[in-house]
Design a protein around this ligand. Sequence first.
Ligand code: THU
Length: 135
Amino acid sequence: MTKELIAMALEARKNAYVPYSHYAVGAAVLTENGSFFKGCNIENASYGATNCAERTAIFKAVSEGHRRITAIAVAGGMAGEEPVDYAYPCGICRQVIKEFGGDDCKVIVVKNETDYQEYTLAELLPHGFGGESIR
Ligand code: THU
């Protein structure tokens, strides 16, 4: 599963629409029933309308009826080049991973097929705010 997610995140990077930052991000999610979805970042001339790769992938899954993700892989770097660093999800994306993956969701940050690191969402978003807090 990890290898497939990594390959999909790297593949998704190729579709990144990044005319402003030139920073291409790809992400891939695994749902609890074994489905995969990938996504890229999609920028906008009005910068705030940009959508991160992680949220593109998660929203594709949710909009197809999947409510629970168990893992997400993320790869980012300058467009046309292999990533030189790990791309960690931004704060908004960590919050969205919390919503649909929970504290135990695996987050894999990827440079290439053999160089990656694994975290749990709770490690990246400790003491996070979730639905359980308002029930
Ligand atoms: N970006 C992502 O796709 N994911 C993140 O977690 C951080 C940032 C994108 C947004 C923008 O298109 C570019 O990276 C530079 O911020």
